[in-house]
Ligand binder design. Structure first.
Ligand code: NAG
Ligand code: NAG
Ligand code: NAG
Ligand code: NAG
Length: 312
């Protein structure tokens, strides 16, 4: 269970494993023991990266470099690992035209290059389905959580563990259906990417993140901290270990640090810097799965105007 909580909470980072057979391969090992699962996730990336024609970054060794964070930071064993510790803006400036998810491919199991020709609706649907593994029981079957977020009160069913992150993350960024984005624009990848670019620029105008704040390794490590703070906002505990408790200021569900708009904006903005194709994929995923309803409620799937091609 702990394994799955970590994996699912991280997923919102999106970057869906792009090909369906990769999912199949990962899931195939999933019913076996944890170590098989951990290894198989990394092997996916490595196998992908080691083909002679693949221009992307890859893992130097085939093991999980940081188990304590759910294999979520492989900077120490990545072909471009030394660039994990520098401002990502500087790194990308040295590689004009390259996709950051390609450059840092497999640096975490969820950072995967999705290819040059995105189908955002399909990628979003894959991500939604993948994340449900094992625990999704159906629409509105999970507990109704109440988030206290930046002075607002918002309710949403947590039908799967990662909902406690993704619902409020999407709301915070204004990416839910009902917050002003035209869902049809997802069908035109070029258009959707340019919308994402606009959103990214708006974020940076508002928050003015410094270069030093946007370092890939820090971003990878902070993700689980955000997950724990999002749970805090909903009055539930997702603290995974002592390190996570310390970093997220978690003492108990009533004494913990709630997540902020700035935390979420920074999280998304790193994807912008790694390429608008990647922030656009994040936006598509967040937009497809949920909507803002009357009465400060967040709904999913058939609660919403746009319904992605998944069962629910
Ligand atoms: C793994 O992550 C923990 C927590 O951030 C850190 O203290 C440790 O140095 C990391 N280990 C490696 C090998 O990167
Ligand atoms: C697999 O990963 C999970 C969490 O990421 C961890 O709890 C488990 O101990 C790992 N298994 C092995 C054998 O390392
Ligand atoms: C897709 O969007 C781009 C940019 O907005 C536009 O130039 C192009 O004509 C659109 N393509 C289609 C097929 O609508
Ligand atoms: C943004 O931050 C930089 C430092 O990172 C600072 O020099 C600049 O004045 C800031 N701009 C605004 C509009 O706040």
């Amino acid at each position: 269970m702990a394994r799955w909580i970590i994996l699912t909470l991280l997923w919102h980072l999106l970057s869906m494993l792009s090909a369906a057979d990769e999912f199949a391969e990962a899931l195939e090992h999933c019913g076996e023991r944890d170590e098989v699962f951990n290894t198989s996730l990394l092997q996916l990336g490595t196998t992908l990266a080691r083909t002679p024609t693949n221009p992307c970054g890859y893992l130097l060794i085939d093991t999980c470099s940081n188990l304590s964070l759910g294999c979520s930071n492989a900077c120490a064993t990545h072909s471009h690992g030394s660039d994990c510790y520098r401002p990502v803006e500087d790194v990308m400036a040295e590689h004009p035209g390259e996709d950051g998810y390609c450059y840092f491919n497999s640096v975490a199991f969820y950072v995967k290059y999705g290819g040059p020709t995105p189908d955002f609706e399909a990628e979003a649907a894959s991500g939604i389905t993948y994340l449900r593994h094992g625990e999704y029981k159906g629409l509105n079957t999970g507990p109704l959580l109440t988030y206290h977020f930046e002075g607002e009160v918002i309710a949403s069913h947590m039908d799967s563990m990662h909902y406690s992150y993704d619902d409020i993350y999407a709301y915070s960024l204004g990416f839910l259906q009902g917050q002003g984005i035209d869902s049809w624009r997802m069908k035109n990848a070029t258009d959707w990417i340019s919308l994402s670019e606009e959103k990214c620029k708006t974020i940076q105008q508002r928050y003015n993140f410094s270069k030093a704040e946007l370092v890939l390794s820090d971003w990878l490590d902070f993700n689980q901290v955000i997950a724990t703070m999002a749970c805090c906002s909903a009055g539930i505990s997702c603290a995974t270990d002592e390190n996570n408790r310390r970093l997220s200021g978690f003492q108990s569900v009533s004494q913990c640090r709630p997540v902020t708009r700035r935390d979420f904006a920074k999280h998304h903005y790193m994807k912008c810097l790694l390429g608008y194709r990647n922030s656009a994929a994040d936006m598509a995923y967040l937009h497809s799965r949920a909507c803002l309803l009357a009465g400060h409620r967040i709904g999913h799937f058939s609660d919403c105007p746009y319904v992605p091609p998944v069962d629910f």
